[in-house]
Design a protein around this ligand. Structure first.
Ligand SMILES: *[C@@H]1O[C@H](CO)[C@@H](O)[C@H](O)[C@H]1NC(C)=O
Ligand SMILES: *[C@@H]1O[C@H](CO)[C@@H](O)[C@H](O)[C@H]1NC(C)=O
Ligand SMILES: *[C@@H]1O[C@H](CO)[C@@H](O)[C@H](O)[C@H]1NC(C)=O
Length: 466
């Protein structure tokens, strides 16, 4: 009989150890037969094993081949999507977007995305382009520090400078977008634009609660109110009358500042830097030191880097050497060699005093408003730099405007009490990142649901789609 492992019935027969036909076989024959059957059993098992191995191997090869094929195709397609770094490319923000989209696709394909990489944060303000172009206004510096912290935390950041690009990009992967950081005016404009905001007839529009408004000043700047308004300083504490619920995002100059080497205080000349980039600051209504003499009553040389922006007769106060408007690196160099950084009233809320402190230079902060009955109550002060009004010597000297004696005393103290690099605790990169994390991962949808209910009940405030 031909041995056929697949012949079920027959083989069942073959494997009977006792003869079914009732014939009593001699012991030896029976034994031999059993032995023979054992051999066949082993052979059969081995064959089955080999066969299944072969089948699996073939299947495996097929699958692997197929997936390699798929990988090749994907890889070659991806290399053509979002081209990066073409020489003629001037729109560098698109280049930045292409880099991160490429990286996102690649990590998804290779299954090795970093923590947070699959969460997209859209950056929708011209200031995020400004930073790529090296601009340095207060808003640009704020934008840069948001950008840097998101990147260090591994989030995928997509820049979309205007609402048009923002809404268009959002529609392509709405669920991946955690939040959008925009200008207040843009948030308002999107809210009113049926091609931008989510509406029943525009389901892929941007939900208002995913947009956050960057607002450098106090007050609310978002259609959903203060909670969706991002502040550069802790206005909830500094300006509770109109900014109690603003989201204190803040910024950090730590990374850029630490790249600048500083001169040890003791090696610095007897030099102070007057913080004024333009001559008009000495003539405007915010000028903190009208009628004082800028000639120091002790050994100190004062510098400023100003351009003449006045169209009326004006002069550089006697006692101050004007170096002309300085390029950024020369500004830092000159400040870093000074022993004191002196405010004159404008500009307000500028990041520069933070730079000075971080370079080990104390700041003189003019206080231009206070309660006459309660002059030492800081909650009631109004200072040139509101963010620094709660800081103290040897870092920050808060001096009331017009107090010439107090001014020179503070300057003398600052010169005689050198400081190390100083970054206020809330302004470190670590502190910023923890606030950024709270912003990106916050449950804003629930807060929006609550707000919507309030608005529906009270009939006050516009309603919106969740
Ligand atoms: C500065 O001095 C001038 C004249 O000496 C005076 O008219 C003016 O009121 C003074 N300004 C302030 C703010 O004290
Ligand atoms: C600045 O320019 C204005 C007008 O051009 C002139 O009257 C004024 O004296 C200048 N100031 C300085 C400090 O050069
Ligand atoms: C990812 O984001 C979370 C929350 O924002 C943060 O705590 C974490 O540190 C981030 N991961 C990295 C690698 O920075």
């Amino acid at each position: 009989m031909k041995w056929n492992p697949f012949a079920g019935e027959d083989s069942a027969h073959d494997y009977e150890l006792l003869p079914s036909d009732g014939i009593h076989l001699p012991r030896t024959a029976r034994t031999r037969r059993i032995g023979f059957r054992r051999e066949r059993l082993v052979l059969t098992i081995a064959f089955l094993f080999a066969l299944s191995s072969a089948i699996f191997l073939a299947l495996d090869l097929f699958v692997v081949r197929k997936s390699w094929h798929g990988r090749d195709a994907l890889q070659s397609v991806i290399s053509h999507l979002w081209p990066v770094g073409s020489v003629d490319r001037t729109d560098s923000w698109e280049n930045e977007n292409s880099k991160v989209m490429n990286a996102l696709f690649k990590c998804a394909m290779e299954n090795n995305c970093r923590e947070n990489q699959t969460s997209v944060v859209m950056l929708s303000s011209p200031h995020f382009i400004g930073i790529l172009e090296g601009k340095t206004s207060g808003e640009d510096i704020w934008a840069l520090s948001i950008f840097k912290s998101l990147q260090e935390m591994g989030y995928t950041t997509i820049i979309a400078p205007r609402n048009y690009e923002m809404a268009r990009t959002y529609r392509q992967y709405p669920d991946l977008v955690k939040i959008i950081i925009a200008e207040g005016s843009a948030a308002e404009a999107c809210f009113k634009d049926s091609a931008c905001i989510k509406r029943p007839e525009h389901p892929l529009g941007v939900p208002a609660w995913k947009i956050f408004a960057m607002h450098f000043w106090t007050g609310s700047a978002h259609p959903l109110g203060s909670k969706w308004t991002l502040s550069p300083e802790n206005f909830g504490v500094i300006a509770p009358h109109n900014s109690k619920d603003n989201f204190y995002l803040g910024y950090s100059i730590e990374r850029t500042c630490r790249e600048i080497p500083i001169t040890p205080s003791l090696e610095r000349p007897a030099q102070g830097y007057v913080f004024a980039k333009q001559i008009s600051y000495f003539y405007g209504k915010n000028y903190a030191w009208p009628n004082i003499s800028w000639e120091p009553p002790f050994d100190l040389k004062l510098y400023a880097g100003m351009r003449n922006d006045t169209n009326y007769p004006s002069e550089v106060p006697k006692g101050i050497t004007n170096l002309g408007l300085l390029p950024k690196h020369e500004f830092y160099e000159k400040v870093g060699q000074s022993r004191v950084f002196i405010g004159v009233g404008s500009p307000q809320l500028s990041p520069s005093p933070y730079d000075a402190l971080c370079m080990g230079v104390p700041f003189i902060n003019p206080v231009r408003g206070w309660d006459k009955e309660d002059p030492e109550n800081r909650h009631k002060w109004e200072a040139q730099h509101e963010g620094l009004r709660y800081e103290d010597p040897p870092y920050v000297y808060n001096v009331k405007t017009g107090d010439e004696k107090g001014l020179w005393e503070a300057i003398r103290q600052a010169v005689e009490n050198p400081i190390d690099r100083y970054i206020p605790p809330a302004m470190t990169m670590e502190a910023l990142k923890s606030r950024v994390g709270r912003l990106v991962e916050g449950d804003w949808r629930s807060k929006a649901v609550e707000l919507l209910e309030e608005r529906q009940v009270s009939g006050k405030g516009e309603t919106f789609e969740i």
